[in-house]
Design a protein around this ligand. Structure first.
Ligand code: NAP
Length: 321
């Protein structure tokens, strides 16, 4: 029997890395990662139809640990057609097709969570979110939500039906959007399952120096040259000493801080090895002491101040976000 959402927050496993966008994984490596996650007590896993299949068979992965041990979250709106081309639509028939094809791809009878991956441009909130509510009423989906949404868009969805989960990007060094929606989440009992909480390895003890050819991070301004090197050097010079003083890891600071934030339910973090799964699981248990948070916030203010002084931009602007 899975823990109920009232026992959250906890660490989830994001499987975007299984699509080969970062350090590549094959079926065996993905299976090892999932098994390590479940053995460490994890139960929330997340995927999306748009993630490249990369030769990974999710049905087999899920069967290998047992469907009953997992809370399975996936998304819709953006998907792929039979030729592999990306399709984006919030039309009712499209969302229904995607839901059924996710049930088939994952080899399950119901989805624990289905979120609109983005706000569709070709359908109203009534049509898109209303379709998710119907799928929930039909028992194909247990929870519904949205992703990459503004407060106004969330309110429009909530007017159609309850938003169980919302997934926006959120981390210790990227928070603006979260601050906008946290009041809404608290008022409406909506849980956050934020993404990129460890900033794709940047907020860990050993941020990568460089990425292999073909790594998605090479195409992102925030991971390029001077910008990445500058934030990485701050992680090592300002965050790492706080971690060392308190006998914890930098990853623990990043995940412990996020666990502490209002409305955060479960934190899906991607991993490409069993070592990362174990490190992240250990780093996610419980909130941090208040004085650690205070030290972290001072370090964050120093980073923001230094960036402002250096280039006259906010940290988000400097990182191209
Ligand atoms: N709704 C949306 O639009 C959206 C967007 C993005 C992501 N997501 C979801 O959120 C999940 C998390 O985001 P993400 O996977 O993109 O990024 P993430 O969780 O911030 O970073 C994952 C990457 O960080 C590195 N890493 C993980 N643990 C580490 C550790 N302990 N030490 C050092 N490096 C470590 C690994 O890459 P390397 O080993 O290759 O360095 C891993 O692939 C996704 O998997 C996906 O489910 C949703």
């Amino acid at each position: 029997m899975l823990p109920s959402t009232s026992t959250l927050p906890s660490l989830g496993l994001g499987t975007f890395p299984f699509s080969g966008v970062f350090t590549p994984l094959d079926q065996q490596a993905a299976s090892d990662v999932l098994r390590a996650f479940v053995e460490a007590g994890g139960w929330y896993i997340e995927t999306a139809p748009v993630y490249a299949p990369n030769g990974i068979n999710f049905e087999q992965l899920i069967k290998s640990v047992g469907r009953e041990r997992l809370f399975i979250a996936t998304k819709c709106v953006t998907g792929r057609d039979a030729t592999g081309a990306t399709v984006r639509s919030g039309k009712s028939h499209h969302l229904r097709e995607q839901c059924h094809s996710e049930l088939k791809r994952l080899g399950v009878n119901h989805l624990d969570l289905l979120q609109l991956h983005t706000v569709p441009e070709d359908a109203s909130a009534e049509e898109s979110f209303g379709t998710l509510q119907e799928l929930k009423a039909e028992g194909l989906v247990r929870n519904v939500g949205a992703s990459n949404v503004s407060l106004a868009q969330l309110k429009a969805f909530q007017a159609v039906g309850p938003v169980d989960f919302v997934q926006n990007r959120f981390s210790f060094i990227y928070r603006a959007q979260h601050r906008e929606i946290e009041g809404f989440c608290l008022e409406n009992g909506t849980l956050l399952n934020p993404y990129q909480v460890i900033e794709r390895g940047l907020l860990t003890d050993s941020p990568r120096q460089a990425f292999r050819d073909g790594d998605l991070r090479n195409n992102k301004y925030e991971y390029s040259g001077d910008v990445y090197a500058y934030v990485r050097s701050w992680v090592l010079s300002d965050l790492k000493p706080i971690a060392e003083t308190h006998g914890v890891s930098v990853t623990r600071l990043a995940l412990g801080w996020a666990v502490h934030q209002p409305a955060v339910g479960v934190i899906p973090v991607g991993a490409t090895s069993t070592e990362q799964v174990r490190a992240n699981t250990a780093a996610s248990i419980g909130p941090l002491l208040a004085d650690v948070i205070v030290e972290m916030e001072s370090a964050f203010e120093r980073l923001e101040g230094a960036v402002r002084e250096r280039v006259g931009l906010s940290l988000d602007e400097y990182r191209g976000l």
